[in-house]
Design a protein around this ligand. Structure first.
Ligand code: 7PM
Length: 358
């Protein structure tokens, strides 16, 4: 099957059938704001699933509403694409929040485990808050392919001391874990957000997340960390990611997590080729149709080195900023990054440009 939808050109387009997905075509000075923010749009790309693969039609909003099989669905998607999000974990979702990454793994690829001793981790967390982090994301288990597995007790021993030490740091604390027991203990130690690369798909994860009352980040991944990069396959990655996240939102709500506590992440680099990663960035705004805040994390990931000259992780800041700002222009609500101060500076420039419409 073909990997990409075939463009059908511009207006007029034929009536479209559900299931379909809608990407706002981001511009400036458009009539419709993207999730209440500064970026805007007048046109949409409607993706349709057909027997022969996916097709995409570009049309204006009037045409979208007039030709939809089910006008109510089209109106709901338009609402999700244009209405501002409510606050998430106490953070206003009107400007992008910065989530600083605090790895407490000795084998962490990005910081060489420099933060593994608790006092150093707490100091690094505080430094990120000073530089503008709204959230500190604490992770103790490396998900790198080939990383040595650790026990739950080892993971707890790594993440609980920095969680306790950062309780008063002024940022929301997030726990990056796939494991129900760690979710429970981290929430008790002060975590307000559970960030799960496994989309709350692990044993007891949905129930643990629900009983903690935490906000959650549900991420898309194809496969498992060990094997996900072997041969990732999609018919059309943005739509498959959308469908996965939609089903996990439903599962989370069925487990008792209110919609207002759910955010989603397309999982840049998780079971995706370079092509899939670039495609998901270009189609990111479509995910606003899910109606929940979007988190994006491409900081220091290997796609950057593949597009450039094979730089090691600690030399991927420029590419990281490029990707993060591409996401900001599409109205993403949270950015997960290693380099908080540098990202905050780029964000200031980007937001000033978006404000300056004339
Ligand atoms: C090895 C492989 C080490 C991968 C570290 C990583 C994300 C995340 C990670 C993300 C959300 C990294 C990743 N990435 N959580 N956790 N979104 N929500 O590069 O993209 O930081 S770990």
């Amino acid at each position: 099957m073909h990997g990409n939808p075939i463009s059908e050109g511009v207006l007029p387009a034929p009536p479209f059938a559900v299931p379909s997905w809608v990407r706002p075509v981001v511009s400036s000075g458009g009539s419709q704001p993207i999730v209440g923010g500064q970026a805007s749009f007048d046109f949409v790309d409607v993706v349709q699933a057909g027997a022969d693969g996916y097709r995409v039609c570009r049309m204006d909003i009037e045409h979208l509403l007039d030709t939809a099989d089910d006008r109510n669905i089209a109106v709901r998607i338009m609402d999700n694409l244009t209405q501002p999000r409510t606050e998430f974990a106490g953070l206003a979702m009107t400007a992008p929040a910065i989530m600083g990454i605090l790895n407490v793994t000795p084998d962490s690829f990005s910081d060489g485990g420099q933060h593994s001793a608790p006092p150093l981790a707490v100091a690094a967390g505080r430094a990120m808050v000073m530089k503008g982090a709204d959230i500190i994301d604490i992770g103790g288990e490396s998900t790198r392919p080939g990383a040595a597995p650790i026990t739950r007790n080892q993971e707890l021993a790594r993440v609980l001391p920095p969680l306790s030490g950062l309780k008063q740091c002024g940022a929301v604390l997030s726990i990056d874990t796939r494991h129900a027991e760690v979710m429970d203990r981290a929430a008790a130690a002060g975590a307000g957000i559970i960030n799960d690369i496994n989309g709350l798909g692990g044993e007891g994860a949905l129930q643990a997340a629900a009983r903690t009352g935490c906000h959650v980040v549900i991420m898309h991944m194809q496969g498992t960390p060990e094997t996900m990069q072997e041969d990732p396959q999609y018919d059309f990655a943005p739509v498959e990611i959308y469908r996965f996240l939609e089903s996990r939102i439903a599962a989370a709500m069925a487990a008792g997590i209110p919609r207002s506590k759910i955010s989603v992440d397309p999982g840049f680099g998780f079971g995706k080729t370079l092509h899939h990663n670039l495609q998901l960035v270009n189609w990111l705004a479509m995910l606003h149709g899910l109606g929940v805040p979007l988190l994006f994390g491409a900081s220091r990931k290997s796609s950057i080195a593949k597009l450039s000259s094979g730089e090691p992780a600690d030399q991927r800041l420029p590419g990281s900023l490029g990707l993060a700002m591409a996401a900001v222009r599409q109205g993403v609500q949270m950015l997960r990054v290693h380099d908080v101060g540098e990202t905050a500076q780029a964000l200031s420039v980007e937001l000033a440009l978006l404000e300056e419409v004339t």
